[in-house]
Design a protein around this ligand. Structure first.
Ligand code: 39S
Ligand code: ZN
Length: 785
């Protein structure tokens, strides 16, 4: 695989969505019946061919295949091994596109597409989508594999082999990528809590062996097997499963080389286990865990090929290649050029595709950045420098050094005023004036809301009219005045409708926002944003994370005029809606020259300014969403406390400038509060809304046993599905909530924002929700606690 004048250079995986989101367009056109399956599959094949060709042209010598997916690679793995729950009606044989997409989206298009018939029962809506959750600590979501007791596995898709052959036919001998069996099982779940997915390993391995045999028979000499679980805290059972797995692969396929990849962190205490596995190569993440290089080199067997992940697959900064060479040259001379490969730290799936499309970024900023295409070039440059010497690529290395120097010294990165404000932060700035009970009293007499007050999380449907208006405005086809008039009309209609159906606390709907993070990034100094820097979030959905490159401040109010306009339309409380500092940080590309905690504190100060301006303008309730607080948790438990410490502190710094009479709300997505309930309580928001409907209020157990003191809106309407909840089921959910919380604590709201839903679903669902709250107000029950 290596040529004489370069070390092997690899990417581990590439973005799938396409430079112009071609896959997104094709998927959505296929789902809505505008194109055929053949057209969709042709688009997909074209994207794969382009990915292979581009890597080849840029000097990537170890090119992956099967890194592509129509929706999600974990779903692909479930399908490969036939882990297809009964509800999807699969009865063996090849898995159809319909079955595949019903697992992804529900059989009536859960998650994205509405079924607008207004049926009120589950069974009218076919099979629900598989559960979706975060891929490690990224903003990518995977479909959670689902297993049953006695689960049987069988080869149900030869996608990995087919795509290897497809590449071969185009002239590329690729290194196919498989999600490793241990990580796959550990990412999965069973409805039966007594079933440990890992116990299924014995039945799973023969299917993997079958796939590996077919790959080998098709002439694959190396296979990349991803086991990112190796950077997590592992128990003994997982370690044994790893040993069982790789021993079996080595026995069954003694001539196939496995490149075992770890990424998103250091191997740490799993190093001995890892190095005991009989594999030909090991990939380590040297961006997240640079310090592990020495221990891995010390302990690695001589013949092990080391793949060194030195180019950041998770961020957009151009590397200082000389600094990398300084570390790697001695490794190469110690281990030999045929035992070292140069790679991105992880798959490039998480980085935007091509910086060359960003014509609007100024040249200085551009010189600091590197997207997937540019990272391939950086990798190739390193490969050449390590094999043929620095001078062979001197001008490229010099350019990278110049960019690093310019970024380090640029006045755009460092703002003395921000430094001054940071230095002036005092502990009392992160403390509300009074404790919650005193605040609650003041707030209750100010608002005189009914029991079980009703509200929503913030966003209302982002219809294609709204998106098209924004796009027309950006292209200059709508004037500022026309765009604002359009948004005002949407907002006014939404505010009046909320009043009509009897919601107690209103929102303006967020029609002016493209995304809850990007919107703020675009209005804060220290952030840059892209035109085409899309990164897949799930399926066809993408985000354009802002680029946090410098010290953060807020030049002027960002949301006050929209809030004021909305409040002018109603006497009911209108919540001011903000995204919190931790979520802005976690969903942005973050600078790597200062600690995350410091960058977050700068954002906290900027959002605090907005909170105070909203209060000044008359906002009585201000919601600061921390949707991503939980997902920012480090992968290793040992690092949780220090993260939560600064994350909670930043939230409090943002929210604590207001008077007692101002009610601070927050919202958090995703379940599982048990393990961080202390931190949630420490945030000290007056009201928190959370996702609970899918778990039937079980998540509230944490709040009950902790005796969580403040107010809570446990979501009663699952917004991830198009189905419309009926009054009685929301009454039932609220009754369950009352068993766990005091009546006076409970708010009534959906699980999350409504931006991905359709009005046809939202209207009846919220009417039913208001009816449920009214019904509950008249039911006396023995309350919890
Ligand atoms: N991360 C972030 N940053 N934000 C989130 O909301 C979430 N939510 C969770 C977790 N992580 C998050 C779930 N993730 C979307 C994306 C991620 C989600 C949930 C939803 C989503 O809907 N994304 C949209 C999409 O992929 C894009 C949103 C956006 O930025 O379709 N829209 C822009 C806007 O509204 C640009 C829209 C666009 O593509 O202005 N416009 C067209 C164009 O520019 C033209 C308009 C049209 O014809 O529709 O070509
Ligand atoms: Zn949410």
């Amino acid at each position: 695989m290596s040529s004489l004048n370069s070390l092997p250079v690899c990417t581990l995986g590439t973005p799938r969505i396409g430079p112009r989101r071609e896959l997104k367009s094709a998927l959505e056109a296929y789902w809505s019946g505008r194109i055929s399956a053949t057209q969709l599959l042709d688009t997909a094949a074209g994207l794969r061919a382009a990915n292979w060709a581009r890597q080849h042209a840029l000097g990537v010598s170890v090119i992956p295949s099967n890194d592509f997916s129509l929706y999600d690679h974990v779903l692909d793995t479930s399908v490969m091994v036939g882990a297809i729950p009964e509800v999807y009606g699969w009865s063996g044989g090849p898995v159809s596109l319909d079955t595949y997409f019903s697992m992804a989206r529900g059989s009536h298009g859960d998650q994205d597409n509405a079924c607008a018939h207004g049926h009120h029962h589950d069974h009218d809506h076919g099979a629900p989508a598989q559960e979706m959750t975060k891929w490690f600590d990224t903003n990518y979501h995977y479909m959670v594999p689902e297993f049953v007791a006695g689960q049987r596995f069988m080869l149900a898709s030869t996608k990995a082999v087919d795509e290897f052959r497809e590449a071969k036919a185009l002239g590329y001998r690729t290194r196919p990528v498989l999600l490793g069996p241990v990580t796959f099982l550990k990412l999965g779940k069973s409805k039966d809590p007594s079933l440990d997915p890992l116990s299924l390993i014995g039945g799973l391995l023969p299917v993997y062996v079958d796939v590996l045999r077919r790959l080998s028979a098709s002439d694959a000499d190396w296979v990349q097997i991803d086991e990112p679980c190796l950077v997590l805290d592992l128990d003994e059972a997982s370690r044994q499963a790893l040993q069982q797995t790789y021993a079996m692969f080595a026995r069954a396929l003694p001539n196939l080389n496995i490149m075992l990849t770890t990424y998103f962190g250091g191997i740490g205490d799993n190093l001995d286990t890892t190095l005991s596995l009989p594999v030909a190569g090991l990939h380590i993440d040297l961006v997240r865990a640079p310090d592990q290089l020495d221990s891995v080199i010390d302990k690695a067997p001589k013949g092990l090929v080391l793949s060194l992940g030195v180019i950041d697959g998770r961020n957009i900064w151009r590397s200082d290649l000389y600094a990398i060479l300084d570390r790697l040259e001695s490794v190469v001379s110690r281990r030999g050029t045929d035992h070292v490969q140069i790679a991105s730290s992880c798959s490039l799936l998480h980085s935007p595709i091509d910086l060359d499309l960003e014509n609007d970024l100024d040249s200085e900023l551009r010189s600091w950045l590197s997207f997937a295409v540019q990272k391939m070039d950086e990798l190739a440059t390193l490969g050449a420098a390590l094999a043929a010497g620095r001078t062979s690529v001197k001008s490229k290395l010099d350019t990278s050094a110049a960019a690093a120097a310019s970024r380090k010294e640029s006045p755009r990165v460092h703002d003395a005023l921000v430094a001054k404000r940071m230095a002036a932060i005092t502990p009392d700035m992160a403390r509300r004036r009074s404790a919650f009970p005193a605040r609650a009293e003041v707030q209750h007499s100010r608002f005189s809301l009914p029991a079980f007050p009703t509200t929503t999380i913030g966003s209302f449907p982002q219809t294609s009219e709204v998106r098209q208006a924004r796009s027309a405005h950006a292209k200059g086809n709508l004037t500022d005045d026309q765009y604002v008039a359009f948004l005002k009309e949407e907002t006014a209609r939404t505010v009046h409708w909320q009043e009509e159906i009897g919601l107690d606390v209103l929102v303006h709907g967020e029609f002016e926002r493209n995304d809850m993070v990007q919107y703020f990034g675009e209005r804060l100094s220290g952030f840059a944003f892209t035109k085409h820097g899309w990164v897949q979030s799930y399926g066809s959905r993408c985000v354009r994370p802002p680029i946090l490159f410098g010290d953060v401040s807020r030049p002027k109010p960002m949301t006050v005029s929209w809030w004021s306009y909305a409040q002018s339309l109603t006497k009911r409380p209108m919540k001011g809606m903000l995204t919190g500092p931790v979520t802005i940080l976690n969903w942005s590309f973050v600078r790597d020259d200062i600690p995350h905690s410091e960058a977050c504190r700068q954002i906290a100060l900027a959002i605090r300014d907005e909170v105070l301006d909203l209060e000044q303008a008359g906002a009585a309730m201000i919601q600061i969403d921390e949707a991503a607080l939980r997902e920012g948790l480090p992968l290793r438990k040992g690092e949780w406390a220090s993260y939560l410490d600064w994350a909670v502190d930043c939230f409090r710094l943002t929210s604590s400038g207001v008077g007692d009479k101002t009610q601070i709300h927050t919202h958090m997505c995703y379940s599982e509060f048990n393990d961080i309930i202390d931190a949630i309580a420490a945030m000290d928001a007056d009201v928190i809304s959370i996702e609970t409907s899918r778990s039937k209020m079980e998540l509230l157990d944490a709040f009950r046993s902790y005796r969580y003191p403040n107010e809570i809106g446990p979501g009663v309407y699952d917004i991830h599905s198009p189905r419309i909840p009926v009054v009685s089921e929301m009454v039932d959910l609220l009754t369950l909530a009352r068993k766990r919380l005091k009546d006076g604590q409970i708010w009534v709201n959906p699980d999350c924002g409504l931006k991905t839903r359709k009005w046809e679903e939202v209207r009846p669902a919220l009417e039913n929700m208001v009816a449920a709250a009214r019904a509950v107000r008249s039911i006396e029950i023995e309350t919890g606690r």
